[in-house]
Design a protein around this ligand. Sequence first.
Ligand code: AMP
Length: 220
Amino acid sequence: MRIVLVGPPGAGKGTQAAFLAENLSIPHISTGDLFRANISRQTELGKLAKSYMDAGNLVPDEVTIAMAKDRMEQPDAQGGFLLDGFPRNVQQAVALDEMLKAEGMKLDAILDLEVPEDEVVKRIAGRRVCRNDSAHVFHVSYKPAKQDGVCDICGGELYQRDDDSEETVRKRLEVYHTQTEPIIDYYKAQGLVVTISALGKVDEVTARAMQVLDQRTGDK
Ligand code: AMP
């Protein structure tokens, strides 16, 4: 299956993507994670990406598309993948379609995670992420770690992402509305969008997502 996950920052895309990818036995490809890995390794791409990310802006399409393409061409992604955070604007969506078409492939579904805006701000402001694995996500009030600053799962250090500050979150939301939301209409025109509520417990949202994805593949 080839799936794209969309939703505003704080919708829980990373968390859901990790569970869904495992359930579906496909790799979870997050452009945000790929950029963060480049930042940790201090690559040229990482240095470039950081300036955009810290300001809450999108990294330029050219480098983003090349990075995503390179990842999708890896052997583990040949049978399918779950994209998280890519595409993030219509130009990237068009590039992805062209990339897949050239290989005789296409997307199976766009999973749109819906969450009200005030909830988004609450979720992001308290979010703490593990340095070892970005799927290990905690929240100071909703899901506190047993020991402050330490990941319950692997003992890694928990930190607040630089782009989770309130000012950057506002900017990221604006970027989401103006640049990313239009891809939902783009994919609706292809009949690919399934929308679910991202409210509730993590496993409830995963179950909801699996149900609509199963239905979609069953319909075919
Ligand atoms: P995420 O982890 O998906 O929230 O992404 C964090 C940040 O990485 C975003 O706010 C952007 O600055 C950058 N980023 C991630 N994916 C993309 C993309 N597809 N296009 C441009 N910038 C991206």
